[in-house]
Design a protein around this ligand. Structure first.
Ligand SMILES: C[S@@+](CC[C@H](N)C(=O)[O-])C[C@H]1O[C@@H](n2cnc3c(N)ncnc32)[C@H](O)[C@@H]1O
Length: 382
């Protein structure tokens, strides 16, 4: 059979190539690949639709695409075939508990509710971004929910900026998506953001609370309806620009309710200044959100000075607690009570029995904190 002949003569039906057969063959080839290999292949070779499909499969079940790698005392979970990773510890280990999934869901759902125009640029900061896998999942889910235009700054003291560029490169391969990334060692106050989030920041009270304090200061970098989502290992809060905050871990209003329902509460309206005494009997820091809520409530209910005596019990001092300045800064900023209404007296020592005896005559409210954020509230004899 000559070549010429074969061109003019139609091929017998059994020799005509069937295009659907080829597709089936290729499909079988890709389904034989491991999930991470399909993701790599999709981003290297496939068309945009295929890429999007596999990327959404990854978002639905990241564990299937990652592997745990021991790194000294800690471990990391790597997205196989890519340079992105996230920390895997007892507090935030995707393979250990649901803390990361819960943080993602809360951040993504809340952003979706608050930002209706999904074509506008959404500007984000990830504070303590690390290996960007957690960010890939959060930003990926925002894209899946319809956001097209995302500007994100990655802040980390130790950072590989190439990873930031790869992050943008990868997401910009999705259909009609524009992602811009910037990496910095610390936050720059020049821009205003819709959202600042931090997932699994190192021990928040380390270095006298430097990273927590940075986040509290970042409130002024929020746009008017902006929010900060903070998921630390001892503190999970959402901060609003206007000074209010929500404690995600626990109902930190319980302490305020105990105080406001106390039979002697009404007597506070007769005193010139309200004096509080707070002691603790464990190594961790005070139950900061609960105390901040009490200060917020007292300052809104009474137009008076509030004197806060704190016994830091520094014989227990460790990386898990703040000192004088740290406690004062965090409490004042979290409660939002004006510095002109708050007098802060910090005592390094523990609270002696003698002082305890005197407390009932010198203090209006006496809060004793025990382990696991349990506290006992007494009112003084005034
Ligand atoms: C436990 S890792 C978590 C990283 C990432 N967010 C994750 O979920 O996998 C904490 C990261 O926060 C960074 N970090 C700690 N303190 C910081 C600070 N004050 N400013 C910026 N980054 C900080 C560390 O370098 C580290 O990469």
């Amino acid at each position: 059979m000559s070549v010429y002949h074969s061109i003019i003569e139609p091929l017998p039906f059994w020799e005509i190539p069937d295009p659907t057969k080829k597709a089936v063959l290729e499909d079988t080839k890709t389904t034989l690949l491991a999930p991470w290999e399909r993701l790599v292949t999709a981003f290297e070779n496939s068309n945009m639709e295929e890429r999007q499909k596999v990327f959404y499969e990854f978002l639905a079940n990241p564990q299937e695409f990652t592997e745990l790698v021991e790194n000294g005392s800690s471990s990391r979970s790597y997205l196989k075939g890519f340079s992105f990773f996230e920390c895997s510890c007892t507090s935030y280990g995707r393979h250990v508990n649901k803390c990361r999934q819960n943080a993602e869901a809360l951040i993504v759902e809340d952003i979706e509710k608050r930002f209706v125009n999904k074509n506008e640029v959404l500007s984000l900061v990830s504070y303590g971004a690390g290996g960007l896998l957690q960010d890939l999942i959060i930003v990926g889910k925002l894209i899946q929910n319809g956001f097209r235009n995302i500007y994100i700054e990655f802040i980390d003291l130790n950072f590989d900026s190439l990873n930031g560029r790869k992050f943008a490169e990868m997401l910009n391969k999705l259909p009609e998506i524009f992602v811009q990334t910037v990496t910095r060692p610390m936050m720059s106050s020049k821009k205003q953001f819709d959202v600042i989030y931090s997932v699994d920041l190192d021990e928040i009270y380390k270095g006298d609370g430097k990273s927590l304090i940075n986040l509290l200061k970042a409130r002024k970098m929020l746009k008017d309806n902006g929010k900060i989502y903070f998921f630390g290992n001892r503190l999970q809060i959402v901060l609003d620009k206007d000074g209010s905050f929500t404690d995600i871990m626990e109902d930190s209003d319980v302490l305020t309710k105990t105080i406001s329902h106390h039979p002697q509460f009404g007597r506070l309206s007769n005193v010139e200044k309200i004096s509080l005494l707070i002691t603790k009997e464990y190594k961790l820091n005070f139950d900061i959100p609960a105390i901040a809520k009490v200060l917020q409530f007292l300052s809104r209910t009474f137009d008076k000075m509030i004197i806060v005596n704190i016994y830091g019990n520094e014989s227990y001092h460790s990386d898990l607690s703040l000192n004088e300045w740290g406690n004062q800064f965090v409490l004042q900023n979290l409660s939002g009570v004006s510095i002109s209404r708050l007098v802060f007296r910090y005592h390094k020592e523990s609270f002696s029995e003698e002082q305890q005896r005197l407390a009932s005559t010198t203090q209006h409210i006496f809060i004793r904190e025990f382990l696991n954020r349990k506290s006992i509230v007494d009112f003084g004899q005034f």
